[in-house]
Write a new protein. Structure first.
Length: 353
């Protein structure tokens, strides 16, 4: 029944191709590029600097040009990570000005198509932003540098670090050795796989909500699971069983690999399919890190997939969209119980009365 006109599709969490990208998602070519073409190629490191509020639109332009993922960096982002206890803040000297400019980076093959690709990216930026000024009072523009294939592995890894989220959760890149402290819930991910690394504000908000609200032994549904990071977090925090669902075949494969790597396959099942068609049970907690409009479309389905008194955790939108989401939830007899804001991004928790 997949893609039936009567079934509303589950939407990928931020980080999915065609959707918003994730802070720290892979800046380079996708897995097939790295494994299939070899590391002897020359890669073009392409970046655009702009204020934070424009970074998501720029990321989408880079994805549309064929990037397997993007990375977001900048002194302000790194300093915030350092203040939260992450080692990444040391990438910039202490006297670096705390500007609001974010560098959005992607990698492309430095082949005969590169020049046309760069022109296409610049044209898309011009069309997106028009005459609105960007960094330094100018429209966002493309910068490029070449990276030797043998340097690729270390080039993209520089964007990732051990990331403490909330009180207990620690996101650890797969190649980093990390000795966990008592009580920590450690999630190991390979950011090079893309589809979500836990560093975007929306994912962090969902993790914080799970920390606060998830009771041991609960059942959890993760809508648009992407990399599976929220499904894994829920299991590490004590959920008895978790179902993650996504319409993207590659995302499902990546999520299953991450679930296996974190040794939670006995409690986490990843499914490919549509929420409206493929979920036939009710859960104690439903989490959806998606877009505001899709959250609103999802609300009617909650009566079917959320147990009485269950909790709905949703994110993927900025504060200006909160009123619309809350209105839809209240109309469905939900009681708002938590509002978490990380920068401009909001996570809401509601209870089904």
């Amino acid at each position: 029944m997949r893609n039936s006109p009567d079934c509303r599709q589950a939407t990928r969490s931020p980080g999915a191709p065609g959707r918003r990208s994730v802070r720290g998602s892979s800046a380079g070519p996708d897995r097939r590029d790295r494994k299939g073409r070899g590391e002897g190629l020359i890669w073009a490191e392409v970046w655009v600097e702009a204020p934070d509020e424009r970074s998501e639109l720029i990321a989408q332009v880079l994805r549309d040009a064929g990037a397997g993922g993007v990375a977001f960096t900048g002194p302000l982002l790194m300093r915030r990570s350092a203040e939260a206890g992450a080692a990444g803040g040391k990438l910039f000297p202490e006297d670096t000005p705390l500007t609001e400019l974010i560098r959005v980076t992607a990698y492309y093959p430095a082949d005969d198509l590169l020049e046309g690709r760069l022109l296409s990216i610049q044209s898309a930026l011009d069309a997106t932003f028009g005459d609105r000024p960007g960094a330094g009072g100018a429209r966002p523009s493309v910068s490029v540098a070449r990276v030797a294939g043998e340097d690729w592995a270390s080039a993209w890894k520089q964007y990732y670090h051990v990331d403490h989220v909330g009180e207990r959760v620690v996101i650890v890149p797969s190649w980093i050795e990390y000795a966990s402290a008592p009580g920590e819930a450690v999630v190991r991910l390979d950011p090079g796989e893309a589809f979500g690394t836990g560093q975007h504000e929306t994912t962090r908000g969902c993790i914080m909500a799970l920390e606060e609200c998830l009771r041991p032994g609960a059942t959890v549904l993760d809508v648009g699971c992407g990399s599976g990071v929220l499904s894994i977090v829920a299991a590490q925090l004590g959920a008895a069983s978790v179902v993650g669902i996504d319409i993207d075949t590659v995302a499902v494969s990546v999520a299953r690999s991450n679930v296996a790597a974190n040794e939670v396959a006995d409690r986490v099942a990843i499914r490919e399919g549509d929420l409206a068609c493929d979920i036939r049970q009710a859960f104690d907690v439903v989490v959806a890190n998606i877009l505001a409009d899709i959250v609103i479309e999802l609300v009617p389905e909650l009566r079917r997939v959320l147990a009485p008194g269950g909790l709905f955790i949703c994110s993927g939108f900025v504060d200006k969209s909160v009123a619309r989401v809350e209105q839809a939830l209240c109309a469905a007899d939900h009681r708002m119980i938590r509002h978490i804001q990380v920068e401009d991004w909001v996570t809401l928790v509601s209870a089904a009365d």
